[in-house]
Design a protein. Structure first.
Length: 377
């Protein structure tokens, strides 16, 4: 499948933002996507994942048949599930190591470090059963469930797209009571990332990837109008975010905006967050298509694309670096005098993220000789 460089770049950007956002006292987390939009990198990551699923499914089904596409995505769901388990083990062990080295951190719950040592089988079993989803990895639990529904949902969506849309919307409307039915370790009902809410965004991305050749010519006839509407939605979201950041002085504005939008809930994916990321996707795909293609061809764009192409590996690395960066941040004394130290930590983490992803993407060059040297060939 021909890769889209700008798409890989955006996936890499989403992962970098997720890494920085998960560092509670990091510096660059103040300039990530969530500071300028009513949605954040999680929505971007899920939408792009859905888009790739739609593109891949159509190509695999056309060349190898529906059964091959269904088997491929069942295997993908299993791979994501294994990545969740492996990531949870690495997260807990790394956290335990940092505590052993007296490097405090708050990016992940301290109990994981205790459980992996005191009750390793129980810890792994509860993660494998998805009764527990360690924070920072909970979006992978969501992804397992979404990918697992693809073999059944995609044939329906491709044959009866309006029926598929209707079912997805109805499920989204009843997302909270449905999520409450899922047994879970959390004190709240169901999974943190409500799969019944987030499926709407995921399958919107799937539809974009699967049907883009059919609906984009139609939408482009109204490109100017859609661009103005999308820009208005994004500006409205920016006003909401600025009111949140200003705090008490802007409370009347926040209350007025709340009367228009209702509650804005990330975990069940409310309408405002959904429509904002859809508006942003139009702006990026149409009026800003050329600038983003140019950015993807630059060296920073290529570096982000390598991170994005790393897939599940990059996501797990993102989580580990979040914990490491948080621990490093907590060794720096607070105050403006240490601004440059905090900035250096964030930059170092981004560069390290790219370097690890780049080495992984070139594994065909170094892994076979390494396996041969170790006698594993």
């Amino acid at each position: 499948m021909t890769r889209i460089a700008a798409l890989d770049m955006l996936r890499g950007y989403a992962l970098v933002c997720i890494m920085l956002d998960h560092m509670p006292i990091g510096l660059l987390r103040n300039v990530t996507l969530t500071n300028f939009a009513v949605f954040d990198a999680a929505e971007l990551f899920v939408l792009l994942s859905g888009f790739l699923v739609g593109m891949v499914w159509v190509k695999v089904e056309a060349r190898q048949g529906r059964r091959a596409a269904q088997i491929r995505f069942l295997r993908r769901a299993a791979q994501v599930w294994l990545a969740l388990i492996a990531g949870a083990i690495l997260l807990a062990l790394f956290s335990a190591l940092l505590f052993k080295l007296h490097m405090n951190h708050t990016a992940v719950w301290f109990q994981y470090a205790r459980w992996i040592v005191e009750h390793p089988i129980g810890y792994v079993a509860t993660v494998a059963l998805m009764w527990m989803q360690p924070n920072l990895l909970d979006v992978l639990a969501l992804y397992v469930l979404l990918i697992a529904t693809v073999p059944l949902a995609l044939p329906i969506m491709l044959r009866w797209p309006w029926l598929g849309l209707g079912v997805s919307v109805v499920v989204w409307i009843f997302a909270q009571p449905l999520n409450a039915l899922i047994p879970n370790q959390r004190p709240g009902p169901g999974l943190l990332f409500n799969p019944f809410g987030w499926q709407l965004l995921f399958f919107a991305g799937v539809a974009m990837g699967a049907f883009r050749d059919q609906f984009m010519p139609v939408l482009r006839r109204r490109a100017a109008l859609l661009t103005w509407i999308s820009a208005g939605v994004l500006l409205f979201g920016l006003v909401i975010v600025l009111a949140w950041k200003i705090g008490a002085p802007a409370k009347p504005v926040s209350q007025f905006l709340r009367q228009i939008t209702g509650g804005i809930d990330k975990w069940s994916l409310d309408f405002m967050r959904f429509i904002a990321i859809i508006a942003a996707s139009w702006i990026v795909a149409v009026p800003l298509a050329r600038p983003f293609a140019w950015m993807a061809a630059t060296r920073p764009g290529e570096a982000l694309a390598e991170i994005g192409r790393g897939g599940l590996f990059s996501f797990v690395v993102c989580v580990m670096l979040s914990i490491w960066g948080d621990a490093l941040d907590m060794t720096v004394a607070p105050g403006p005098a240490n601004f440059w130290w905090r900035l250096a930590i964030d930059i170092w983490l981004i560069v390290a993220f790219w370097a690890i992803a780049a080495v992984w993407m070139r594994r065909d060059m170094w892994l076979p000789p390494l396996r041969a040297r170790l006698g594993l060939g």
